[in-house]
Design a protein around this ligand. Structure first.
Ligand code: MF3
Ligand code: CO
Length: 251
């Protein structure tokens, strides 16, 4: 069921989103050569707890951590490990939190230290850009296919690949609500978004294959050819005029 949020609900989602935006910024700054991935998880849960939020990842289908840390060929759902990040690692951090029953969900990818090459830098920049372009399309009455097609067109024009096994989603009193927001699709098709809907748009991109495999830990999703991967996500409120990015970092 797709729901239109009330002002009361939106005010709670704004708080969850703002806390998450700040937490993600903190983690982004921590991603440096020499940092242990377990310390990212620890810093995250300490921060959101101090702001009155709880984790929506921990225990989700028995997920064992508060964030996902997916490195290099890992696309999404990497369980934070006792692993020291190295210069050039491509680090995707996916995070979520709940404030008084309302969820936020956001992700980013950062190259740790110096990029290894221009292609990997382009992968990260183009994935971020595809989310920005998709967000620019969001307003009352836009059709979901237009958002999906915007991501697809930009990513494919730039020669990268889009796994189709995973998608964005609605969000509110649960982390995953209807509707599904795929990263591939056709312009001017699908359901119309309405002001007051809250959604997550999350392009997931790989360098040279759209196929993924799930690791033995049953969580970590890896590109099938071990090529590098990137992921960005924001929680967004649809408005009459456009949208409000609830998980955008604000001081
Ligand atoms: N935040 C992810 C998403 O973007 C889901 C994380 S699954 C979890 O939809 F198990 F790690 F929580
Ligand atoms: Co999400």
């Amino acid at each position: 069921m797709v729901t239109i949020k009330s002002e009361f609900e939106i005010s709670k989602m704004r708080i969850a989103g703002q806390v998450l935006g700040q937490a993600l910024k903190l983690l982004e700054e921590m991603i440096q050569p020499g940092v242990n991935c377990l310390d990212l998880d620890k810093a995250f849960i300490e921060f959101i707890t101090s702001k009155g939020c709880t984790s929506n990842f921990l225990g989700y289908y028995d997920y064992p951590a508060h964030i996902c840390v997916s490195v290099n060929e890992q696309l999404i759902h990497g369980i934070p490990q006792n692993r020291i990040l190295k210069d050039g690692d491509i680090v995707s951090i996916d995070t979520g939190c709940v404030f008084e029953g309302y969820h936020a969900d956001a992700a980013l990818t950062k190259i740790c230290g110096e990029p290894r090459n221009n292609l990997e830098l382009k992968l990260v920049n183009d994935t971020r850009k595809s989310l920005e372009l998709a967000i620019e399309q969001v307003r009352d009455d836009v059709r979901i296919g237009t958002i999906s097609a915007t991501v697809q067109k930009f990513i494919e024009q730039n020669g990268f690949q889009l796994p189709t096994d995973f998608a964005g989603h609605g969000i509110g009193t649960a982390m995953h609500e209807d509707p599904l927001i795929p990263n591939t699709g056709k312009m001017d098709t699908g359901m119309r978004l309405k002001a007051g809907m809250t959604i997550c748009i999350e392009p997931m991109v790989q360098i040279s294959t759209s196929k993924t495999i799930t690791a033995k830990d049953k969580w970590t999703v890896i590109s099938a050819d071990n090529s590098m991967a990137a992921h960005f996500e924001h929680t967004i409120l649809v408005t009459e005029e456009g949208c409000e990015i609830l998980t955008l970092f604000k001081d």
